[in-house]
Design a protein around this ligand. Structure first.
Ligand code: NA7
Length: 547
């Protein structure tokens, strides 16, 4: 009989969340093994290495804050770090935390089954490896396309195309050189916008295939000098407090006018928006007034201003018109970038409005729309992800009675979790950073809050000899209803996007994350600390009473 290696915990993925969980568990004395499909740590940042890939959260807060030594041992070069620098940072973190040996690379998960008899998870990998663990902790995130094909529009005859095509989340720089090429970019989300700006610098021609126009907030990316880094390090003692107290976990962006946008006259607002457009950085404009994300009329004042800037920037009025978004600002994931609209003034960039002239098919030479054939050497799919459901479907996770999680979730029509981290019928399955995680919040904040929460939960149950961590159906219902109610009330439900599944044809439209802010999220976490949401056994009741 082949020996199956057993661990206390198996973590899947070595991005920010996976590294943090690996650290907590190994430091806590648990045997932990982490499996990563890529050849390096990095997670999302490992896979998304397309040209121009950069973070839109300030580096000061795109860092682990749980360890002073770790925080102070690293120097960021700029306000918004590039993909390569984040990779370097995560490699630094893994070395410093001394957990590299816990991570097994080039190993992609295929499926996981809960064995009710021995109360262990059996995890299978694509290379045939099989391991067992008491706690199964996927840290694969929601924006994930590792196991199967990433999301791409279905274009008839793509196999006939003689050029190269790549999805941005599967980028291999060795295969794609944009210089002097005719490049087509499909998608204008954060990824598409970053890619288009870079491609426009070196390609012979860039054809942008746009389904929905986007607001793009202006950004500056100052280099960080040693004095600024020193200040960041010196402020470490107040860092957590500042992050936890900010609605998005990014204290660089305070609410500038703590009243409604409607309380200013149109002239005052215009002046203020103009000033911010010149001086403010990234997400800051969304926090110009305190109700831009709460009141549609207020939001419309900013939307109209940003549309006026597109018209002012893009010289060809017809192109400018096609680039005008009509939905609420930040109802889709906000995009920050420098020089996006300006690219459309270059002779080598053209725009195709897919709503007016959709794809017909791919040909040997390129992509045909109802208007014309666009000849291309390279097609870049910046078309996003099947967020939430994709990674879960690909992972084939079976709980009690062999029930598959994605079937239980009715392929997205009936998603249920408890705090996004626990599932009824799936004992000791404790995913971090996926479905029902906060949407509009710097991901590092909830990752650390939830990572610690999961660790404490394991520790608590373990200490009391309780074998299975499983929330009650009622707890799952209550949390899910809360997520859905807030989601329905939020701007996120007003336009199709990956936030609500509307980015993918045929996908059930359900809010996939927590639409409340970081403070509301922490309140929910705080409320859960009595562990009353878990299935009660006499042992557990005793443990809770002891608390
Ligand atoms: P996004 O934000 O989901 O953007 C994907 C883009 O691809 C977006 O413009 C989509 O148009 C477009 N898309 C998707 N499907 C199609 C089809 N079928 N036809 C044409 N165009 C399509 O993904 P990103 O990778 O840019 O960003 C993901 C996250 O990474 C981002 O939120 C940040 O957190 C970082 P749509 O707007 O849906 O009409």
């Amino acid at each position: 009989m082949t020996h199956v290696q057993e661990y206390d915990a198996v973590v899947i993925g070595a991005g920010f969340a996976g590294i943090y969980m690996t650290h907590l568990l190994s430091e806590g004395g648990y045997s932990v093994r982490t499996y990563e499909a890529g050849e390096s740590v990095g997670g999302t940042w490992y896979w998304n290495r397309y040209p121009g890939a950069r973070c839109d959260t300030p580096s000061e807060f795109y860092s682990y804050t749980f360890s002073e030594e770790l925080y102070k041992g690293w120097t960021w070069s700029s306000f918004y770090p590039k993909q390569e620098e984040i990779m370097d940072y995560l490699n630094y973190a893994v070395n410093k935390l001394n957990i590299r040996e816990n991570i097994h690379f080039n190993t992609a998960m295929k499926s996981a089954d809960y064995n009710e008899e021995n109360k262990r998870w059996e995890i299978h990998f694509t290379d045939g490896l099989k391991v067992q663990a008491k706690y199964f902790i996927p840290a694969i995130g929601g924006l994930n396309a590792i196991h199967t094909e990433p999301h791409r529009p279905k274009i008839k005859g793509l196999e006939n195309f003689k050029g190269v095509y790549q999805h941005t989340s599967r980028w291999s720089p060795e295969e794609v050189n944009l210089k002097g090429k005719r490049v087509g970019v499909i998608g204008t989300g954060s990824t598409g916008v970053q890619t288009i700006i870079e491609a426009a610098k070196e390609a012979e021609h860039v054809t942008v295939f746009q389904r929905t126009p986007q607001y793009v907030l202006p950004v500056k990316n100052p280099k960080l000098n040693s004095e600024q880094m020193k200040e960041m390090h010196d402020n470490f003692h107040s860092l957590d407090r500042r992050v936890l107290a900010h609605p998005t976990g990014m204290p660089s962006f305070p609410v500038l006018r703590n009243y409604s946008a409607l309380e200013n006259t149109p002239k005052e607002r215009q002046q203020f928006y103009e000033q911010l457009y010149e001086e403010a950085n990234g997400f800051q404009m969304i926090f110009a007034y305190n109700d831009l994300m709460l009141n549609e009329e207020s939001n419309e004042t900013l939307a109209e201003f940003l549309r006026s800037k597109i018209k002012e920037t893009v010289k060809d009025p017809e192109t400018a018109n096609e680039l005008l978004p009509t939905y609420l600002v930040a109802a889709k994931r906000p995009i920050v970038a420098k020089g996006y609209f300006e690219t459309f003034n270059q002779n080598n960039v053209s725009l195709v409005n897919l709503r007016k002239t959709p794809f017909v098919d791919a040909t040997e030479k390129g992509l045909r729309t109802t208007e014309t054939e666009h000849e291309l050497d390279i097609i870049i799919f910046a078309s996003g992800f099947d967020v939430g459901m994709g990674p879960i479907r690909d992972s084939n996770i079976r709980g009690r009675g062999g029930v598959l999680l994605h079937k239980k979730w009715e392929e997205g029509a009936n998603i249920k979790t408890y705090l996004g981290a626990c599932h009824n019928e799936f004992p000791n399955f404790l995913p971090i950073g996926g479905t029902h995680y906060p949407l509009g919040v710097n991901v590092i904040g909830p990752t650390q809050v939830m990572g610690k929460w999961i660790y404490d939960l394991i520790n608590h149950f373990d200490k009391h000899g309780i074998e299975e961590i499983e929330p009650t159906l009622e707890a799952e219902e209550t949390w899910t209803n809360h997520v859905n109610e807030i989601g329905e009330m939020s701007f996120y439900s007003t336009v199709d996007s990956w936030f609500n599944g509307g980015n993918i044809e045929g996908k059930p439209r359900r809010i996939l994350g927590y639409a409340g802010d970081f403070l509301m999220y922490q309140e929910q976490i705080e409320k859960s600390l009595d562990y009353k949401a878990f299935i009660h056994s006499p042992k557990l009741t005793h443990a809770i009473n002891e608390k």
